[in-house]
Ligand binder design. Structure first.
Ligand code: SF4
Length: 462
């Protein structure tokens, strides 16, 4: 990514927003998971793991462990969650989750494969809903798959409303070295409108210097476009955020999709900031973060210069997946828990069964609880590589793709390059003899620019 892009906070004019800001694919995966096959089953997953055992791709693995339970429904949320206070049902789930990890470990032993696990992420939902006996069970299962001293990163999503400083000490004692907080907004009026009350004092009590010293880093998620946000209130949220100096900040837009997430209808549409105001707040926030010394990574990630994501950007060893930007070396993500997504070698995507009962029943039968998956062909791998490279670095070098995939870039992507002509004319992309480069103005439309290489979008095939 060029230094101009790193320091640019330009928001495109309205006519370009209307023209290009159309579909919402984020390209965490390519092809999109809606296209994966539901006939992908237990035997296919085994095949994928056998391929992983033989893979010479050179990456190691990350384990993604999902705890999809929350006590309350936050109105903005788009995660897969089950709202419950029935702790015995959570205990039963944890039992299945640990059995699933055992299933994986036993299968690895059966095929004489020693996984090279270097990273763990426990997400949700609210993993911090777990009481210590259940959390210990999860940790023990994880450490049956890897040894603690091999790990490069071990991260946990924290709901600050569910933890005490002692809990954070306990997590650190278990080897967790990075913690992520869903902040969204510090303004009490906004917090009431999204049904997530967490006063700033809660964070102050948790993030004492002693506690901070126990972790390598921590992340804040901040959401733009929430009901009752104003430019002034959002500025204050950002200033409060900066006072904590999180190592990473994800500054995202609210994804408002009430048809898919009916609870979002409880937010009052008349209280949403206008589109124009939303973009102004976002632009101003970028400016402030850059001024505070954060490095912009992609469209909406920011990190302090010492963070390993910034190093990954510099050394071009970054990945992009459903958790956002990730530093090397874990290319593969092994999924555990209901609804989890995985990438197994360059060739396979899988997603676990989401309904809890069905998930638990399948694990109890000794079968990998897969709901769907996809075996990528050569063309899809090539397109995935181009899209991910664009997402990570805002540019792609044609020669690198040609050497990796044995194609001639321009003839292979004639139609795709034609599709980019309009973007070029509008100043969003530069196409030279040997590279495609997204411009500062085009940064907002990265996903849409990636869409030019998506062979599955109906308009691309008409
Ligand atoms: S935002 Fe987090 S705590 Fe709130 S409902 Fe979603 S997953 Fe649960």
């Amino acid at each position: 990514m060029s230094s101009t892009l790193l320091t640019d906070n330009r928001i495109p004019p309205e006519h370009l927003m209307g023209k290009y800001y159309t579909h919402e694919y984020t390209y965490n995966e390519y092809p999109h998971k809606s296209l994966w096959s539901s006939s992908f089953d237990h035997e296919d997953v085994k095949g994928a793991y056998r391929a992983l055992a033989k893979s010479d791709e050179g990456g190691s693995q990350m384990l993604f462990v999902n705890v999809p339970f929350c006590e309350h429904q936050c109105l903005f949320c788009i995660c897969y969650t089950i709202i419950t206070r029935d702790y015995p049902s959570i205990q039963r789930y944890i039992h299945s989750l640990c059995d699933e990890m055992k299933l994986y470990r036993d299968f690895c032993e059966e095929i004489s494969f020693t996984p090279d696990v270097r990273e763990i992420h426990i997400g949700g939902g609210t993993p911090t809903i777990l009481q210590r006996p259940e959390f210990d069970q999860v940790i023990d299962s994880i450490y049956s798959l890897t040894s603690r001293d091999k790990l490069l990163r071990f991260s946990l999503e924290i709901d600050p409303r569910t933890v005490t400083p002692e809990d954070l000490e306990y997590y650190a004692g278990k080897g967790i070295d990075r913690i992520s907080f869903g902040i969204q907004d510090f303004d009490p009026k906004v917090q009431r409108a999204i049904a997530r009350i967490q006063p700033v004092e809660l964070l102050e009590n948790l993030l004492t210097p002693e506690i901070r010293g126990r972790f390598v880093g921590f992340n804040f998620d901040v959401l733009c476009g929430l009901p009752r946000q104003t430019r002034e209130s959002f500025r204050k949220t950002l200033e409060l955020t900066l006072q904590f100096t999180p190592d990473r900040i994800m500054l995202m837009f609210l994804n408002y999709c009430p048809d898919a997430q009916p609870h979002q209808r409880h937010m009052k549409e008349e209280e949403f900031p206008s589109l124009e105001m939303k973009w102004e707040m976002f632009g101003e926030a970028i400016e402030r973060l850059l001024q505070a010394g954060y490095v912009r990574i992609g469209f909406d990630h920011f990190a302090l210069p010492g963070d390993d994501l910034v190093e990954a950007l510099r050394t071009k060893t970054m990945h992009w997946n459903s958790l956002g930007y990730r530093p090397a070396p874990c290319l593969d993500m092994i999924p555990f828990g209901a609804g989890s997504l995985g990438r197994i070698t360059e060739d396979y995507y899988v997603q676990n069964i989401a309904p809890i009962d069905e998930y638990q029943k399948t694990v109890a039968q000794g079968r990998f609880p897969v709901a769907k998956g996809h075996h990528l062909n050569h063309d899809e791998k090539l397109r995935q590589h181009v899209i991910k490279t664009l997402r990570c670095y805002m540019s792609v070098e044609m020669k690198e793709v040609e050497e990796k995939y044995g194609i001639e870039f321009k003839p292979y992507f004639t139609k795709e390059l034609q599709r980019l002509n309009a973007h070029v004319e509008d100043g969003l992309v530069h196409v030279t003899d040997d590279a495609i480069q997204i411009t500062p103005l085009g940064l907002t439309f990265t996903a849409q620019i990636c869409g030019a290489f998506d062979a599955h979008i109906p308009e691309n095939n008409s």
